[in-house]
Design a protein around this ligand. Sequence first.
Ligand SMILES: *Cc1c(COP(=O)(O)O)cnc(C)c1O
Length: 380
Amino acid sequence: MNPVLAPATSASLIRGEVANLPLYDPGADPAEVAALSGSRRVIKLSNNENPYGLSPAVAEAIRLSVAGGVSRYPDPTGKRLAEAIGQSLDVPAERVVLGNGSENLLELLCQAVLDPGDLVVTQAPGFSLHEIFPRVMGARVVKVPVTAAFGFDAAAWRDALAAGPKLVFLANPCNPTGVMLSADELEQVVAGLPESALLVLDEAYGEFARANPEYPDGLAALRALDRPWIVLRTFSKAYGLAGVRVGYGIASDAALIQALDRVRTPYNVNQPAQDAAIAALGDHEHLANTVRRTGLEIARVTDRLRGAGLCVVPSWTNFLFIDTGCRSDWVAQELHRAGIIVKAWREPGYENFIRASLSTPEENDVFVRCLTEICAKGQL
Ligand SMILES: *Cc1c(COP(=O)(O)O)cnc(C)c1O
């Protein structure tokens, strides 16, 4: 006989892992900040987007794709885009996987690989989805702290890797610090990888860092590794296509891609996104312009904020991690009143930090002026 069960409620149905998850923080809603500040134009620096927008060639590709009709399902294999990516990187298309943003690939990797209780290693401060997706699967997440100077802590990484993680999430450059790992540091992670581990190298900001000759090319660094690995990249940041949702991974072998293909929803990348990404790969000039202008602004704004006495972490991305010297929740709120959205950092030890992506020179000047005024007031 069946035991008498209490009737289900939504709360009783939710898995413990899910009920206890932190909610992803997308930053403040621009419409709300517009209402609060009374400004018609909100300066949105919270999501590391590209202020210069997408390439005109990509806009045209999207227009044509939509005009061609969206009543059919997209190509479930993303064949043309996977081939274009493979060709641009000299990798066979069967080792390329496409995602609805590279976030989708982080999620699929966790679903394909992690059993409850498995260990995952990543960095702190870090990208929240490197923690949230493993926890959904019931995995344990150990976050390796950065050094006091926001750098790579070789000894702490060695210990964490020795504990036998199944999955290692490493972002280079790192989010939220913007710090770039050197070839030597990346090599230390690779050398310390236990037999059990799959290395996920998240290069969401790699296009910006590649302007630095010291930036290690992840694909080249991992090519000889006799262990499974995957390098993740995205069209959301330097290519200016965050709203379109398309990212990709290049894996050590086709078997890993086939596993992800089994887990993913079959039409995870829509056709306008596939067509946009193909066009984006072809417009080298737009990418180079974005990277050049972003680099100039990163250097200029870093100098100005440091000149005003703020601690700014050296960044090889399109954002800055800034110690405001006061509670970042309060700073962010004050910035909202001025119509500027940044992300107040909440990880333990970093409650005085904000992460702000840069925009055009004009908007960045407004940001610098408001932030330095607010910090001067807050530090009194
Ligand atoms: C933005 C970001 C991503 C992915 O963004 P998608 O829009 O999903 O491609 C992945 N990793 C890090 C560290 C990021 O900052």
